[in-house]
Design a protein around this ligand. Sequence first.
Ligand code: SF4
Length: 318
Amino acid sequence: MRASSKLSKSSTKHFQKKILEWYRTHGRMLPWRRGKTKWGRDPYRVLVSEVMLQQTQVDRVLPYYKTWIRRWPTVGSLARARLASVIKAWAGLGYNRRAVYLHEAAKKITSEFGDTFPRTDDELMKLPGVGRYTARAIRTFAYGEDVGVLETNTKRVLLRVFLGVSSLREFNGFREKELLELADAVVPKGKGDVWNQAMMDFGALVCTAKNPKCEQCPLREMCKWYQLQTQSSNLKTQNHSVKVKTRKLRRIKFKETDRYFRGRIVDVVRQQSVPKNQLRTLMGRKYGLSDRDRFDKLVGSLVSDGLIAVSGMRVSLP
Ligand code: SF4
């Protein structure tokens, strides 16, 4: 099924109008959205903000972004920075690998592209940490191109309004590629930049994953998801209550995951270099990581990700 080909002109226009109207009143003024000139925005700043925003909430990113840009205002300044300083500056933001990616991307841009920041999908996706979403975000926010940006929030809005589901898994036979076509098809001509900002804000503030604000939503009349929810809640009322048996699965706690332990190892090493056996003891005593093999594997993975270095029996930042 091609949802983009089934879009009628009038529903696309209605959707665009409602989203842009909403954004004019409720859109967020975020620091990485400032600084737009007739040539667009600084693609380096867009790259920094987009990498920071991967899997991380806007509120948490804001102070990091401001400090980062004050410290490394250009791609060249970041490329010249020591990797250890970059990893230290990332402390507390999570997914530390992103700091290494940003540093590697800055070095690659300055060494391979000279003064010209890459701008096509192919060029951008060769940068470490840049996937299709980030590449498109740079194309639209830095260069004003009319391409749809698919991230958690924009995906959810498109899926709910046009397909009546909240995630791709719920819709048989519809894939990411088709969703991308749909995202492109609804971008108003010449407004890619503002449109994608509006979609992101709308998904983050109105069409939220949990408890979307449907009663105040300007898209309620055209939203398939809302219509389906209304129908099914009417049915439930008629049939009294429908009891659904759910099997409870044990959820792995975050503090038991590799991600958690990797983060704690980097946190310790950020403070100072430390003998490996001391680090192992500390991880066991303080964080409950008592499995030696697992500890060794985690250290090995952090070394190959470029986040720490082991020299002799000491562990330090690279
Ligand atoms: S009606 Fe509800 S589900 Fe539909 S777009 Fe609005 S907030 Fe999202």
